[in-house]
Write a protein that binds this ligand. Structure first.
Ligand code: ADP
Ligand code: MG
Length: 379
């Protein structure tokens, strides 16, 4: 059989390319919100207020009191690959802020109506800009436009309206606004646990009472109690560990009179540190609540989740699940940040070994607790 004639290769038009790229970063309202939260935290905000209409599909608005954006930067704000967080390739390995590629706002401008009101502390008024397909437009006419002065507070207000209005198949896949709202609350709740010194709030537009409010100047345990409830908070184990091993150094001349050897910490900095809050055997949920932050970014790792669940195997009855919050900090140079455009699933050097060490630490702590409890009952 003769092979078919080759089909001509055509260049996709730019609008389509941009929409495809945007769809890889912004899957749903909650993924847009995650990008905005990270931007606000990067900007040093201590107060973040979110307002939502129809699960974020109609309106997603976020007001922060961070640094604001300079007026002169507004014209290129929503262009692809414009960022204040990365300028050279070697920066890539040192990056510690959340986002770094300048793609979030650009993506949003391709699949929604985006507008920004922002004021830095040296500005005498706020500036408003609206964007479509990466460029400044007039919000009403959609024609090219300029930045306009307006009233506003220090910080930044980002408004996203009609998300996915121009990508009907995506929109059709998100039929349930209350499910989308639940996902939004979930993202905010997790960031609020991880940032107890920042005050968060989230409400539906027109509603008088917010569904989430946290005070600033809280601490992690208080935040977990407030957001996840006392049933979890009263059964929490707090544990810290790092890659630093303690070494015993015995130098003859340094031996104390009583013969003790000096214990000294290695000089090399830890390549990773982990802080954990996890429930003991008294808490039993139907589904695992797993909060994972790597270098302060909310990420997913089904492998870690599975490993930690198995730490509970001998502690919890079948079908019962724990709450685990892990904040892992690793040398930014060992994180492969390029893995996925959403930066949601990260991979890092020695992932398996680190996971195992942490899973073992959880298991040991649980065993210790269980043991002392059994002991208590016996006496
Ligand atoms: P990235 O965060 O990867 O740089 P974004 O598209 O998310 O890309 O944002 C582009 C730039 O806009 C950021 O680098 C930052 O300078 C600015 N920016 C976005 N949101 C805020 C905010 N809430 N406060 C201050 N600056 C912001
Ligand atoms: Mg960003």
């Amino acid at each position: 059989p003769t092979p078919p004639d080759p089909k001509p290769i055509r260049r996709l038009n730019e609008t389509l390319i941009n929409k495809i790229a945007a769809g890889e970063i912004i899957h749903r309202p909650a993924s847009a919100l995650k990008e905005l939260l990270e931007n606000s935290l990067d900007a040093g905000a201590t107060s973040i207020r979110v307002t939502v209409k129809e699960g974020g599909l109609k309106l997603l608005q976020i007001q922060d009191n961070g640094s604001g954006i300079r007026k002169s930067d507004l014209p290129i704000l929503a262009e692809r690959f414009t960022t204040s967080k990365l300028s050279t390739f070697s920066d890539l390995s040192r990056i510690t802020t959340y986002g770094f590629r300048g793609e979030a706002l650009a993506s949003i401008s391709h699949v929604a109506h985006l507008s920004v009101v922002t004021k830095t502390k040296v500005d005498s008024c706020a500036w408003k800009a609206s964007y479509s397909d990466g460029v400044l437009v007039d919000a009403k006419t959609g024609q090219k436009a300029e930045v306009r002065p307006c009233a506003g507070n220090d910080g930044t207000l980002i408004t996203i309206e009609d998300l996915f209005y121009n990508t009907p198949t995506r929109l059709a896949a998100l039929r349930n606004p209350s499910e989308e709202y639940a996902r939004i609350l979930d993202v905010i709740t997790k960031y609020a646990v991880h940032n107890p010194s920042v005050s968060f709030s989230c409400k539906k537009a027109g509603s008088a009472s917010p569904d989430i409010t946290t005070a600033s100047s809280s601490d992690t345990s208080t935040a977990i109690r407030h957001l996840y409830g006392a049933a979890i908070a009263k059964e929490l184990i707090h544990h810290k560990l790092s890659s630093n091993r303690r070494v015993h150094k015995s130098e003859d001349e340094d031996v104390d009179m009583d013969g003790d050897e000096d214990e000294e910490e290695l000089d090399t900095p830890a390549t990773w540190t982990a802080e954990l809050y996890f429930t003991n055997a008294n808490y039993q949920a139907k589904k695992t609540a797993f909060l994972l932050f790597i270098n302060h970014r909310l990420v997913e790792s089904p492998r870690m989740k599975k490993a930690f669940e198995s730490s509970y195997q001998n502690i919890l009855p079948k079908g019962a699940s724990p709450f685990v919050y892990l904040s892992l900090q690793i040398d930014p140079r060992s994180v492969d940040v390029n893995v996925h455009p959403t930066k949601k699933e990260v991979h890092f050097l020695n992932e398996d070994a680190i996971t195992e060490t942490i899973a073992n630490a959880i298991q040991e702590n649980l065993a210790k607790q269980n043991h002392s409890r059994t002991f208590e009952y016996q006496t």
